[in-house]
Ligand binder design. Structure first.
Ligand code: CO
Length: 177
């Protein structure tokens, strides 16, 4: 297993909508192992494919880190079908380090997704689970949690975000050159 490098705020792959998974990429189980490993190393509970440079619609999450009834899960082509209720809680993101902000999200969501055998499931998640699903599904559409906070709050972190976007650009240049 190897750790993958996490894309930072402002990286083009994080600003764009990911492509639907039609067939599983080669070495998919290795990719998943590496994603879980990378996520654990950075104390995350969810990680989307585009956060590690893969422009496809899937994410991993390990809800057992939150409570013992939680499962380790892979969501392929997730789609939120229904939103219910509203609740505010603080969020952070591995691609937006050092920033934590309160985000209002649905308390409960109904999600359609495919598992690692591409079987389709429709399942409801609430509370913390629902928040992770919404945060990661947002990533797959090119949306950051900081896009969902008030304009005023965003103005307070504008310079930090600008710096992160600058770092992302520098890293991209290094990768290309
Ligand atoms: Co995130």
């Amino acid at each position: 297993m190897s750790l993958l490098s996490i894309q930072l705020y402002g990286s083009p792959i994080l600003n764009s909508k990911t492509a639907k998974v039609e067939t599983l990429p080669p070495d998919f189980s290795t990719i998943l192992d590496d994603m879980f490993e990378t996520m654990y190393a950075d104390d995350g509970i969810g990680l989307s494919a585009n956060q590690v440079g893969i422009p496809l619609s899937f994410f991993v999450a390990d809800f057992s880190l939150h409570d013992e009834t939680g499962r380790k899960m892979v969501f392929i082509n997730p789609e939120i079908l229904e939103y219910q209720g509203e609740v505010a809680a603080e969020e952070g993101c591995l691609s937006v380090p050092e920033i934590r902000e309160e985000v209002i999200r649905a308390e409960k969501v109904k999600v359609r997704y495919q598992d690692v055998e591409l079987n389709v499931h429709t399942e409801e998640f609430s509370g913390y689970y629902a928040r992770v699903v919404q945060h990661e599904t947002d990533h797959l559409s090119g949306i950051y949690f900081v896009d969902r906070i008030s304009r005023l709050k965003r103005s307070f972190i504008a310079s930090k975000l600008k710096r992160l976007a600058g770092d992302a650009k520098k890293r991209l240049t290094i990768q290309v050159g």
